[in-house]
Design a protein around this ligand. Structure first.
Ligand SMILES: C[S@@+](CC[C@H](N)C(=O)[O-])C[C@H]1O[C@@H](n2cnc3c(N)ncnc32)[C@H](O)[C@@H]1O
Length: 824
């Protein structure tokens, strides 16, 4: 639930060091010695990438994406590495402490350090981001790692990132969720969500003002086509400790609608929703990613205009599906990290055309005024085979399956052209051969239409409401954002025939026009196939190098049968099939279905042992992925909103392919632990903040001194606590898991404070003669630091915790004295 931040230990290593992308082996045959930096590196085993591409220059100059006078500044900034940025998780318990540490400690102590790019400040808040929760750092990663005086700051970043209190994220990537206007009761769909930095932001917003022991009414479904990237997403969002998230694995353009047939037999009595519709949709589509050139300079070498063009149709299909799943009155943000108008304005214009007035482009110019952005383009051209095309009228017939009318500012249709013009059906086929001055090697034979050179088109839609963020305006990457509002149901002009829908195995009896529309695989299908040819596989599949925040580490912990991450299933990303079938979860290989956990004996024993009353609802909120209750190892908690969606999904025939859901709440004790305690399940550290206000047994209140002692020593004998009464109370608990709450101030342990959002608590094991902390070393360290800063700001910042502890990276501290083994 994000409030407590006492998440399980996250994996230790960042997946990829970013500055490595600025290096490559000299043996790389594509290395071109045309960059002045390269001459400096003769004695090393790597050289920087060539950061130029003539096709890129010609393309974007022609598209006028910046004024002529700015061009040099634009490309100069594009050629410099991207500064680091990070965000404080605003819903974490320690958000204010972390912000004040940055403002009052690091911003001053780092002031004299040399920064990259000649910027004055070492670190500074991004002023356009609400609440000073997002920060820009002018240190390169290399500096952070190598410079001794920066070590404390580097350690701080690493620790807080792993704990989930901060997230490293490219500044521009933080923008789209801010324009989505998410409320805590909204149902939000993040269509292309991996690796999950924006999902994390959406969850933060949903959880922001949640009170202790309660969950927001809203929820997020985070979807991605790529299974491996779904695992990154799961790993990333786990740090949020949320019960309001479902992670799914679908083609976004075919995301299931889970619409119930009115006569459906399986409708449950308390079925609250009959169709999966959303209040907000984030459509952060796969794109060519040239806005990330500063972070992924290898793209300079690969860039060509076909990369963006090849993705246009898929982007339109995904956006249309998003709009069809949106409630009337709902909002969708469409975004890319590409600068190409074919992936940006052209997609927005085509979507507006298809929606015929039911969707509007929202003017958000008054929002986030400190964010420097530029209006969307109203005019652009399509580049194909060395030729600039300004209208679909200019497209030769043989290219019409690839260069679509929707790519042009005025759109149009090839059929209309044939019907309405005096042109003959073979219009546009009059081909001549000329020399292409734009090609990389200078001379290339191309075919060019000569009959119809039209006047430059200007789009009628108010595309100036779209936002372009360019790198040299505020030292960032490039990004494109459009905010769309659904004002009426979508028109039914593209409805598929019923038989086709039945064939697709979706909503067989009562297909909504909207769903049918979005499921339509139209003439652009052939263009999608073209995508596979035109776009390098890694870009089509997952933008691995080009999307933000790949700095999350891979999920390493895959445990036995009852795993929450699915085993690798067939990578559907590799295919963009012409005929798509929505798959049903039960039919997917290797993915265990989500089941509601209903074993009353176990639920009652948990309630009884921890004294959890009926105020804390468990019925219908507990799920597992194992039908056999006696073998269930972990029980997950889901919010009411997620519960409703799961019920709908069951009734609708399990259309959703769920790869992860729920907050880990209860974990079975190992056989050895369990033999000593009457309750087979302990409370997981992720779940503890949510259930804490409802626990009435197995709970202790410690003074700051004894709490600190526990965190430092990890296990303390009852007799050794400073407060003898506390030690006595600990000895009087039942053996097994218990909770220790930090008393505010120095009040005695007999005065139990009221649990609220600021309450700090940890799980412990009550053994025969001692209490042992059941929190990861990482969490202990972070908690201890926060505690010491609060108690003694001077000393707190330099606390050093023994990291050699044997549970670094593990879920909980081992319990050394179970069965009296280590008792003296
Ligand atoms: C730009 S990235 C998304 C970045 C993400 N929103 C974030 O903020 O971390 C695009 C994602 O789309 C996924 N993708 C590609 N094709 C897709 C499709 N047809 N449906 C759903 N996801 C797709 C890729 O795997 C990739 O993770």
């Amino acid at each position: 639930m994000g409030r407590g931040g006492r998440s399980r230990t996250q994996r230790k290593h960042f997946r990829q060091s970013r500055e490595n992308v600025w290096k490559r082996s000299k043996s790389d045959p594509n290395s071109k010695p045309n960059d002045e930096n390269q001459t400096q590196t003769n004695h090393t085993s790597w050289t920087p990438f060539a950061t130029e591409n003539s096709s890129f220059d010609l393309y974007y100059k022609e598209q006028n994406i910046v004024n002529e006078e700015e061009w040099e500044q634009f490309v100069t900034v594009l050629r410099t590495p991207l500064p680091a940025s990070f965000r404080i998780n605003s819903s974490t318990q320690f958000a204010d402490d972390i912000r004040s540490q940055l403002e009052n400690d690091f911003a001053h102590s780092l002031r004299d350090e040399v920064t990259e790019g000649g910027e004055k400040e070492a670190i500074r808040p991004l002023l356009w981001y609400p609440g000073n929760f997002a920060w820009h750092s002018n240190f390169s990663r290399m500096q952070l790692r190598k410079n001794q005086t920066l070590e404390r700051f580097h350690e701080f970043l690493k620790l807080e990132n792993e704990i989930g209190n901060i997230t490293r994220q490219e500044a521009v990537s933080m923008v789209p969720p801010l324009f989505l206007d998410v409320h805590s009761d909204h149902f939000v769909l993040d269509m292309c969500a991996a690796p999950g930095s924006k999902t994390f932001q959406l969850l933060e917003i949903i959880h922001q003002s949640t009170k202790a022991g309660l969950l927001p009414d809203g929820m997020v479904i985070a979807n991605d086509l790529d299974v491996q990237r779904c695992n990154l997403l799961i790993h990333q969002t786990k740090r949020m400790c949320t019960a309001n998230l479902i992670v799914t694995n679908h083609e976004a353009q075919n995301f299931p609608g889970c619409r119930l047939n009115r006569n459906h037999e399986k409708i449950e009595p308390d079925q609250h929703i009959s169709q999966l519709l959303f209040d907000r949709v984030l459509c952060d589509v796969p794109c060519s990613g040239d806005g990330t050139l500063r972070k992924a300079p290898d793209l300079w070498r690969k860039w060509n205009s076909g990369m963006g063009q090849g993705l246009h149709s898929l982007q339109v299909l995904i956006a249309m599906r998003g709009l069809s799943l949106l409630n009337v009155g709902g909002r969708m943000v469409y975004s890319t990290c590409s600068m190409n108008p074919i992936e940006n304005e052209a997609v927005v214009a085509e979507v507006l055309r298809r929606c015929g007035g039911s969707v509007e482009l929202v003017d958000v110019s008054s929002k986030l005024p400190q964010l420097i952005r530029r209006p969307g383009l109203k005019s652009w051209k399509v580049h194909d085979k060395g030729t600039w095309l300004v209208s679909c009228k200019d497209v030769p017939k043989y290219r019409r399956s690839v260069i679509l009318p929707g790519m042009f500012p005025s759109g149009g249709s090839y059929q209309e052209l044939v019907d309405n013009s005096n042109c003959s059906a073979d219009m546009g086929d009059n081909i001549s051969v000329c020399t292409n001055r734009n090609s990389e090697d200078g001379v290339q034979t191309i075919e060019e239409p000569v009959t119809h050179q039209s006047a430059e088109e200007v789009c009628d839609f108010p595309l100036e409401h779209c936002m372009r963020i360019v790198p040299h305006d505020q030292n960032t990457g490039a990004f494109f954002i459009a905010v769309l509002q659904k004002v009426a149901p979508l028109p039914a002009t593209q409805e598929k025939s019923k038989s086709e829908i039945v064939e697709q195995n979706v909503e067989p009896l009562n297909p909504s026009l909207e769903d049918a529309q979005a499921l339509k695989i139209n003439s652009s299908e052939s263009a999608i196939e073209e995508v596979c040819k035109a776009v390098p596989e890694e870009i089509l599949n997952d933008n691995k190098q080009n999307t933000e925040d790949l700095e999350v580490s891979p999920v390493e912990e895959q445990d036995s049968k009852e795993t929450e991450e699915p085993p690798i299933v067939e990578n559907m990303a590799k295919k963009v099939p012409a005929k798509r079938k929505l798959q049903i979860q039960g039919r997917w290989r290797g993915v265990d279905p989500v089941v509601f956990f209903k074993d009353e004996a176990i639920i009652n024993s948990i309630r009884a042992f921890y004294g959890i009353g009926e105020h804390f609802p468990l019925d219908g909120h507990l799920v597992t992925r194992n039908n056999d209750a006696s073998h269930v190892k972990r029980i997950y908690y889901v919010s009411k909103s997620v519960k409703d969606v799961l019920k709908l999904n069951f009734s609708a025939g399990q259309q959703l392919k769920i790869t992860s859901v729920g907050l880990k709440m209860f974990e079975r004790q190992s056989a050895q632990e369990g033999s000593d305690t009457p309750c087979a399940f302990r409370i997981s550290s992720e779940g503890l903040p949510l259930v804490l206000p409802y626990i009435t047994k197995q709970i202790l209140h410690a003074s700051p001194e004894d709490f600190k002692r526990l965190l430092q020593d990890k296990d303390v004998k009852f007799a050794d606590f400073a407060d003898a009464e506390f030690g006595e109370k600990a000895a009087n608990l039942m053996p097994g898991y218990c909770v220790v709450i930090l008393n505010k101030g120095n009040r005695s342990a007999t005065e139990p404070p009221k649990v609220d959002e600021s309450t700090i608590a940890i799980g412990c094991w009550r053994g025969r003669v001692r209490l042992t902390v059941m929190v990861t070393a990482m969490d202990c360290q972070e908690l201890l630091e926060r505690l010491l800063i609060r108690l003694d700001p001077e000393k707190g910042a330099s606390v050093n915790v023994d990291k050699s502890s044997n549970n670094v990276g593990g879920e909980v501290q081992p319990v050394p004295e179970i069965n009296g083994k280590n008792d003296e």
